[in-house]
Design a protein around this ligand. Structure first.
Ligand SMILES: Cc1ncc(COP(=O)(O)O)c(C=O)c1O
Length: 383
């Protein structure tokens, strides 16, 4: 098929040519001065994206690796943990904590909705003896396309001493997150989403409070131990051999992000959300998330009854070489997801929306061609 594939997943996301070129450079000594400079640069760059002055450790792992690192460094076996879940990834963080010995209590909200901070506040208020050691929460729930308002979540946790531990794998740099201002104690993110580099790196940021808790931590750990990470970071090294090419890519991607401006990146993602949602609604489609908490990183579309999301995705891939994500677990075939984070342009989204109208029509959904697309065009010309 002619042309490049349009990869509209909520991760992995398209990798810019500048990043690809940067990654093709030859290897250097990972215990030498060239790598030291890169490590210092990228660590500082990541801190800017997190809006933190605290610690960041970079792991050669996908996001789940850093979630496990968060669990083994900051939760001890037997600790009571309140795991808030609004979808697949909230469930996963809970499972990891349980696997490493935590006594996990789930606080579940319906898929497609965000966390209600009031419910969290009330649950923590019942914890008079302050036995809950950590609250786990997802920043942007990729399985549903819903974000949690972390500033409101922080306010709900209030003075309760539990660590607030956030999975921001798909949210960071696409959805607002201010680690220090919002007093988020531990925040995990990953490379293959808004950071615009391939999968394989994940980031674990933590503040002094978390570090103190880590120092008393009794969980098993070796590869993930942040004490080892911090000790080597002082020398400008990783404890173990780093994924050097991905660091080249990360350095270039951070340059691009800072050139664009972190606030501008957030605005760009919000605009994508508005444009895509306006077009889809005009097509008569129902969206899983309501306007107030719909993610700027991706949009979950409820597939028309009797057609199913997978048939539409198959048509898009086979006819146009456009890849959309399916629904996960109980949402398989119920929804399809359009990723619009990272290195995605308005023009890409216009093409995808135009193709989607054709796909819908050919899958048996009655639609007047151009109707949704026009809304997207109007939105773009209005901003
Ligand atoms: C919110 C969230 N958490 C965790 C993960 C897991 O990350 P990975 O697949 O990189 O291990 C993902 C991946 O999509 C995610 O979106």
């Amino acid at each position: 098929m002619i042309g490049e594939q349009y990869l509209l997943l909520p991760g992995p996301t398209p990798v810019p040519e500048r990043v690809v070129r940067a990654m093709s450079r030859p290897m250097v000594n990972h215990r030498g001065s060239e790598f030291k400079e890169i490590l210092i640069n990228v660590t500082e760059g990541i801190k800017q994206v997190y809006h933190t002055e605290h610690q960041v450790i970079i792991y050669p792992a996908s996001g789940t690796g850093a979630l496990e690192a968060a669990a083994v460094n900051f939760i001890s076996p037997g600790d009571k943990v309140l795991a808030v879940s609004i979808g697949v990834f909230g469930d996963r963080f809970a499972t990891i904590a349980r696997e490493f010995g935590a006594q996990v209590e789930k606080l579940d909200f319906p898929w497609g909705e965000p966390t209600d901070p009031q419910v969290l506040r009330e649950r923590l208020a019942q914890d008079i003896k302050q036995e809950i050691k950590a609250v786990l929460i997802t920043h942007n729930e990729t399985s549903t396309g819903v974000f949690n308002d972390l500033a409101a979540i922080r306010a709900a946790v209030g003075e309760h001493p539990a660590l607030l531990m956030v999975d921001a794998v798909s949210g960071l740099a696409a959805v607002a997150l201010k680690m220090d201002e919002w007093k988020l104690d531990v925040v995990v993110s990953g490379s293959q989403k808004a950071f615009m580099i391939p999968p394989g790196l994940s980031f674990l940021a933590f503040n002094d409070r978390a570090l103190r808790i880590h120092q008393e931590n009794k969980n098993h750990k070796y590869y993930w131990d942040v004490s080892a990470g911090l000790k080597y970071l002082e020398k400008g090294q990783n404890p173990y051999t780093p994924a050097i090419s991905l660091y080249y890519g990360l350095e270039e991607a951070l340059k691009m992000m800072l050139e664009e401006g972190l606030d501008n990146i957030l605005i760009r993602h919000q605009n994508y959300r508005e444009m895509v949602r306006a077009a889809l609604k005009e097509m008569g489609l129902n969206l899983l998330a309501a306007d107030g908490y719909a993610s700027p990183a991706l949009t979950s579309v409820i597939a028309p009854q009797g057609i199913g999301g997978n048939k539409i995705r198959q048509y898009m891939r086979e006819r146009f070489n456009i890849v959309l994500a399916g629904g996960q677990q109980k949402l398989d075939d119920v929804i399809f997801r359009i990723g619009h984070l990272g290195y995605v342009r308005e023009l890409d989204l216009l093409a995808v929306l135009a193709a989607l109208e054709i796909a819908l029509l050919n899958c048996g959904y009655p639609i007047e061609l151009g109707k949704g697309l026009k809304k997207a065009q109007e939105y773009i010309s209005s901003i």
